[in-house]
Design a protein around this ligand. Structure first.
Ligand SMILES: NC(=O)c1ccc[n+]([C@@H]2O[C@H](COP(=O)([O-])OP(=O)(O)OC[C@H]3O[C@@H](n4cnc5c(N)ncnc54)[C@H](O)[C@@H]3O)[C@@H](O)[C@H]2O)c1
Ligand SMILES: [Zn+2]
Length: 355
């Protein structure tokens, strides 16, 4: 078992990572939610059929009255109706401000469980139990919670830090291969922007980190530590946290243009590849570093290019919610393990992509 401590300004908490980490759930909940009598376990159809009973029994044994809210798996469910369903369930069961929510699932679930907790009775505690690679290394750590609206993804939400995050890497055994690969988009991103040790480790594992749970635990923990260090420095996304958007400015455009049929992690990998190539062309990144990064993406089954044109990227990127004023903050990697935030105007970004 490994523990990573997150020091956000609004709250400090642990992320517990390991095989059978779920066994810590009951005692952690008792310790961190004193006075709580009830818990709402938020989950979705795929994950609930595999792990809801296990989680429920841990919480029951610890003396809590358990309730569950299970929604249909998938991004389509990430909407206000499901959140209202969670609020109603808690209100009907007589939840008070000392009771809490547990989010059991991938990023869709942890984002929604966190948002329901942030808003019910003006905020109750949440414990996150992520079950996908992406949710473990990214979504469940850092306190961003929310839902989608028809005009865009993650447009409504709140910063709401969890009380503890329990990451049981054994849960990843049942994760479909393509969903695991998608999560590797964010894992490789962490390696590129800030963690050469992680990059070396991933290279050594030769494209397969699923075989050995000890290795998987170590890699997940390295990623959580990376995300935690960025979040601890810049909880509200005004400075260094923006480096986590590497590959995302372009990736989001590819994702949106596909009508969200192309998976997020795949689009991010493509976005990283496009920026890496542009950095080499403008001379800010060595060709050998670029090759090493693109080779790693390939090793883990991720693409590094796309047929999207610079003009299409600009058109899409200028509508992005990450845009501030007339400039856009583009994240570049000028050396493996080192990211740069560069503000560009529309013209500068077009030139950067086209040269
Ligand atoms: N809050 C943040 O900082 C943050 C960061 C990145 C992404 N996100 C959000 O995360 C979401 C994407 O997360 P995701 O990729 O985990 O999506 P997801 O929650 O839809 O899970 C992906 C798929 O894997 C299945 N699954 C999850 N765990 C499983 C397991 N252990 N065994 C079998 N199947 C399992 C799910 O049922 C689903 O079909 C998006 O909504 C995105 O906006 C949030
Ligand atoms: Zn992402």
């Amino acid at each position: 078992m490994r523990t990573v401590h997150v020091r956000a300004t609004s709250k400090e908490y642990d992320v517990l990572i390991g095989k059978d980490a779920v066994k810590e759930l009951g005692s952690e909940a008792k310790k961190l939610c004193p006075g709580a009598l009830k818990v709402l376990i938020v989950s979705e159809t795929n994950v609930a059929s595999l792990y809801l009973e296990k989680v429920e029994s841990q919480l029951k044994e610890a003396g809590f009255e358990t309730h569950s809210y299970v929604f249909e798996a998938g991004e389509k469910s990430k909407n206000i109706n499901e959140i209202a369903g969670m609020w109603n369930k808690m209100a009907e069961a007589g939840f008070t401000r000392t009771d809490f929510v547990a989010g059991l699932g991938g990023g869709v679930t942890t984002d929604m469980a966190g948002f329901a907790a942030a808003t019910f009775l003006r905020g109750i505690k949440v414990i996150q139990i992520p079950t996908s690679l992406l949710a473990m290394v990214d979504a469940s750590v850092g306190g961003k919670t929310g839902i989608d609206i028809p005009m865009g993804k993650n447009q409504v939400g709140a910063f709401w830090q969890p009380s503890v995050v329990i990451e049981d890497v054994s849960f990843l055994k049942t994760l479909p291969d393509e969903v695991f690969t998608e999560g590797m988009g964010e894992v490789t991103k962490h390696a590129f922007i800030m963690d050469t040790e992680l990059l070396e480790k991933l290279e050594k594992c030769a494209g397969n980190i699923r075989e050995d749970e000890d290795v998987l635990e170590e890699i997940v923990a390295m990623n959580v530590a990376d995300k935690a260090s960025v979040v601890s420095e810049d909880e509200n996304d005004n400075g260094r946290r923006q480096t986590l958007n590497f590959g995302h400015t372009v990736g989001h455009v590819i994702e949106r243009d596909s009508g969200f049929t192309k998976p997020h992690g795949i689009c991010v990998a493509k976005g990283m590849g496009i920026i890496i190539d542009a950095c080499v062309r403008e001379g800010s990144l060595k060709a050998e570093d670029a090759k090493r990064m693109k080779d790693l993406l390939k090793l883990y089954g991720l693409p590094s290019d796309d047929e999207i044109t610079p003009e299409e990227i600009i058109a899409g990127a200028m509508n992005d919610k990450k845009k501030r004023g007339n400039t856009i903050s583009v994240i570049l990697v000028n050396k493996i393990g080192n990211a740069e935030i560069r503000k560009m105007t529309k013209e500068e970004f077009l030139k950067f992509l086209s040269v």
